[in-house]
Design a protein around this ligand. Structure first.
Ligand SMILES: C[S@@+](CC[C@H](N)C(=O)[O-])C[C@H]1O[C@@H](n2cnc3c(N)ncnc32)[C@H](O)[C@@H]1O
Length: 277
């Protein structure tokens, strides 16, 4: 098999760390995601994944985060199966495949052009009403051109921290202004996470930088009338921590005892009202 040579750099290259983490998770006895496509995709790429320094504990952390967002997306779609899913910074993630049980959903996977081209070459189409869209989430226009006839669930995993604070806040303002109600589901770092970035092997390898630390997720409620933070759960306190491998469970338990450190990663769920609720 000819493997695809990877030429991505910087923030785009970071998607290989999360892809590899999901592949490692899928091989684990304690797998949360069972993402066989991730494992298959890793095998098809010519890339030094080991150089990312991803450990089995990191892989469990990525799987926990993805599983939380899958669960929240599925909860929303169970209520509103015809919603639009706006999956921003999709990378090579197969969330649309993992949640394929909602055939009426309109699904839009968005990432930077080079990533979308790679994704379209590598991943099987998930079926249903699905498309990929090549755009920078910070660029003007693309979002405003999307149909606004349905409520939205905007999911973005591993994106917010790479944006500048003004870019992140503008993105939230644009989504909430455009769609007739919905939810925003995303993970975020706190300020300490931003200050500790030199310790993160994937950032050292790729040269990507993180900028936006959110110490108080509820403070984002000011960005849109009626925007409400429903959840802001520490990564180390996610209920599924009890299902991961013992070493990852121990790390989560220790982290949850250290003020500041325990808030480095939070999973947030926001709701905003609209004609469609
Ligand atoms: C850590 S990866 C996460 C990828 C995917 N969500 C996952 O969990 O595997 C960060 C992703 O953000 C994307 N990204 C960063 N800045 C972006 C922007 N301005 N517009 C669109 N995508 C962006 C990168 O291309 C990359 O795919």
């Amino acid at each position: 098999m000819d493997r695809e040579k990877i030429t991505l750099t910087g923030v785009q290259e970071t998607l290989l760390a999360t892809l590899y983490a999901r592949a490692l998770d899928s091989r684990s006895r304690h797998s949360l995601l069972h993402d066989e496509t991730a494992l298959d995709t890793v095998r098809r790429l010519d890339y030094d994944f080991r150089g990312m320094g991803t450990t089995s504990v990191d892989a469990a952390g990525v799987a926990l985060r993805a599983h939380c967002l899958d669960g929240w997306t599925a909860e929303y779609l169970a209520r509103r199966p015809r919603a639009t899913v706006l999956h921003l910074a999709c990378g090579l993630d197969t969330r649309a495949h993992r949640l394929a049980r909602f055939p009426e959903t309109r699904w839009i996977d968005v990432d930077l052009p080079e990533v979308v081209a790679l994704r379209d070459r590598l991943l099987p189409a998930p079926g249903g009403d699905h498309r990929t869209l090549a755009a920078s989430v910070t660029a003007d226009g693309w979002l405003e051109e999307l149909p606004a006839d349905r409520p939205v669930v905007a999911v973005f995993e591993g994106l917010s921290m790479y944006l500048r604070p003004d870019e992140g806040e503008r993105l939230i303002r644009r989504i909430t202004a455009h769609f007739p109600g919905g939810q925003l589901l995303f993970d975020c770092f706190n300020g300490l996470g931003i200050r500790m970035q030199r310790l993160v092997p994937c950032l050292r390898k790729t040269g990507a930088r993180v900028h936006w630390g959110i110490d108080d997720p509820r403070a984002l409620e000011r960005l849109h009338p009626g925007l409400t933070c429903l959840d802001a759960i520490r990564g180390c306190d996610l209920p599924d921590v009890r299902r991961v491998a013992p070493l990852a469970r121990l790390e989560a338990r220790l982290t949850s005892r250290v003020p500041g450190l325990r808030d480095v990663l939070r999973m947030t769920r926001f709701e905003f009202p609209g004609a469609a609720g």
